[in-house]
Structures are given as C-alpha cells and as structure tokens.
Design a protein around this ligand. Structure first.
Ligand code: FAD
Length: 324
C-alpha cells in the first residue's frame, strides 16, 4: 500500500491485487527509533500520534541476573512505537485509496510475459488475466509469490516459528494509562526467546520464537518467523520489496521498517529516469543483500543471538559466509 501510494502520488496508475490474508492483522509490532525518519519521509508521522494505531515504546528490558535496559532515549531518535498492525494497515490502505490507487481483493496465482504485455493471473475465475503494461511489484510478504514464479529462490538463514502465547487486556492501572509509554520485555536462551509487547488501548501480547521443529502446543497462532532472502530481488519487469525480498525474525524488529523503507527506495528507483533496467535490477538485489547481511551482523549484538548466525551469501553455491 505504501509504494502504491507513493507511485500514485507521482501520477502513475497503480493496481494493488491483495489476497487480504489476515495473519498479520492480530499483531502488535515494534517500530524501532530508527524507523521514525523513514516514517517522516513517507509523510506518515500522524499515524504514530494516533492512539488507536501506536503507543510509545521506551526501549527493551531484558530481565535476569544482570537486568539490562536498552533505553531508546540513548538512540538518536529517542523513541520507538508499538503499532497495532490492523489499525496501521487500515490507515495505509485508506491513504493509498485517497492517492488514487485501485485495489482488487484477489490472490495472484501466476505471472507470465507475453510480448509487450505482462499477464498477472488471479484466483478469480471470472476476471482471469490482467494485462499489465508496466512493472509488477512483489509485496506478497514471505511467500514471495511473484518473485518465485520469475525464477528467484528463497534462501533461508534459519527456520523459526513465532507462537502467540497470550493476548491480554492490561487494565491494572485503569483505561487512562492504557496508552502510557511501555517497555518491551525480552527473555532469551541460546535457542529460543520470548517477548511481551504492550500496544495501543492496553493490548498486551506474549510471543515465543523458536526453531520450527519446536511446538509448544498452547498457542493460539503459529506463524513463520524465519530469516530469509531472495536469490535475486528484481528482474525483467518485476521487483520485490518488504518481506518478499528479505524477511527477518521478529527479535530484529526490522521487518515493518524494511517494508516501509524498501517501498520508499524502490519507488525512487522506479520513478528515476533509468527506471527498472538490468543494471538497476542488479543494484537493487545487491542493496537488498547488503541490508540483510548488515542486519544479521547487528543481531550478534543481542545477547544469546550470536551463537548460530551462519549465512550463505546470496548467489554463492559454496563457501558460506559466516558472520560470527
Ligand atoms: C510474530 C511476528 C512478529 C513480528 N514483529 C515485528 C516487530 O515487532 N517489528 C517489525 O518491524 N516487524 C515485525 N515482524 C515482521 C513484519 O510483520 C513484516 O516484516 C511485515 O509485515 C512485512 O510487510 P510486507 O508488506 O512486506 O508483507 P506482509 O505484511 O506479509 O503483507 C503481504 C501481503 O501480500 C498479500 N499476499 C500474499 N500472497 C499473495 C498472493 N498470492 N496474491 C495476492 N496477495 C498476496 C497478503 O494478503 C498481504 O496483504 C514480525 C513478524 C512476525 C511473524
């Protein structure tokens, strides 16, 4: 919705085909302080001031024998935000429609090039193929549905799952303080970790992240949380952004930020004089790989997260790149 809105604001005709999977919608997610500049560049700052959408986050608390506080006040941008994804996404959708974006609630089932036209097949029997004269943007999240149909492979750094353990409504201090700035509480071991996140309107969730083979059995929601990257993130008339291009585990708190920032930079690329060419497609893939590796290096600074970082560099067949 974000890249669609940006392109529409610049006069492009944009059609969003969205299967409207609701998986993401239950989640509370952290936007780390560094995301504020991207949010500002996108003109979305009012969203962070809307109490139905976002709640200020003071930082990350790691209790234990050596209780640690990562205080966001020490960051250049001072404050993070916990966003309610259902509310956040609804606002992005409304802004896209206001900018002139057309939206079809359909699932993409295939993409095929035919002469000068690109056909995007959808699950709607009656509608069939949609001729597309321009560029297809893959923003389908971790499934990378379009990129994979164009020959890209998903390279997994690890296979993790996230399980929602509890969903509560915190009213201990009364409704008036439901929106007071909160801490994200994180606890980790060498192989798994959990966090408690407090969002708008007193919603509090506890998530557990572990290797995919572990199943706690008492969760109400279980979703893929693997870190992964595409073998190449752009090609002939297609480009992947957000989780479709690279996905992070939730503890990195980079996914939503990356979805927004890659929308901004991909819009810049598509609107440039050169547009999407073999050269810029290659540069985009390189930039995605560099961002992924940079984020993985950053994760080694998180306690208990340095032990298993082992990334195969995109495009390499052997000699994996070890980040430890
Ligand atoms: C448990 C958990 C917690 C997380 N917490 C955080 C956090 O605290 N902070 C953070 O920054 N990130 C977090 N993330 C990551 C964040 O949710 C993602 O990075 C972000 O949602 C990516 O946005 P996206 O738009 O690229 O993809 P998505 O939000 O996954 O959107 C993909 C869209 O594509 C549509 N779609 C998929 N396939 C098709 C198809 N074939 N045809 C048509 N439409 C299709 C879907 O309906 C959906 O609307 C978390 C992830 C998990 C799993």
């Amino acid at each position: 919705m974000t890249i669609a809105r940006l392109l529409a604001l610049k006069g492009r005709r944009v059609l969003v085909v969205d299967a409207e999977r609701r998986q993401t919608k239950v989640r509370l997610e952290l936007l780390a302080p560094a995301a504020r500049r991207t949010i500002a560049a996108l003109g979305l700052e009012p969203l962070l001031l809307d109490k139905a959408v976002a709640r200020s986050c003071l930082g990350i608390h790691r209790p234990g024998t050596q209780s640690e506080y990562e205080d966001f006040l020490m960051h250049p941008d001072h404050m993070g935000y916990v966003v309610d994804r259902a509310q956040f996404d609804a606002r992005l959708r409304a802004a896209a429609i206001k900018a002139g974006v057309e939206i079809l609630s359909l699932r993409v089932t295939g993409v095929a090039a035919d002469g000068n036209a690109l056909y995007v097949r959808t699950a709607a029997g009656s509608l069939g193929s949609l001729p597309v004269n321009g560029i297809v943007i893959d923003a389908t999240g971790r499934t990378a549905a379009i990129a994979r149909r164009n020959g890209a492979r998903i390279i997994f750094r690890d296979r993790m799952v996230a399980e929602l353990l509890t969903e509560e409504h915190d009213r201990r201090k009364g409704p008036a303080t439901d929106d007071a700035p909160s801490w994200l509480v994180y606890q980790g071991t060498a192989s798994d970790w959990s966090y408690r996140i407090a969002g708008p309107s007193g919603r509090v969730q506890t998530w557990h992240i572990s290797p995919a083979e572990v199943r706690l059995g008492n969760s109400t929601c279980r979703v893929d949380a693997s870190a992964a990257i595409l073998s190449h993130a752009a090609g002939n008339r297609w480009i992947a952004i957000g989780d479709a291009a690279m996905a992070f585990d939730p503890i990195a708190s980079q996914g939503l930020f990356n979805a927004l920032s890659s929308s901004l930079t991909a819009a810049g690329l598509l609107l440039s004089d050169e547009g999407l060419s073999p050269r810029t497609a290659g540069a985009w893939s390189d930039a995605v790989a560099a961002t992924f590796l940079q984020t993985e290096v950053g994760r080694t600074a998180i306690p208990n997260h340095s032990s298993y970082i082992h990334v195969k560099a995109p495009g390499t067949k052997s000699a994996p790149l070890c980040l430890e």
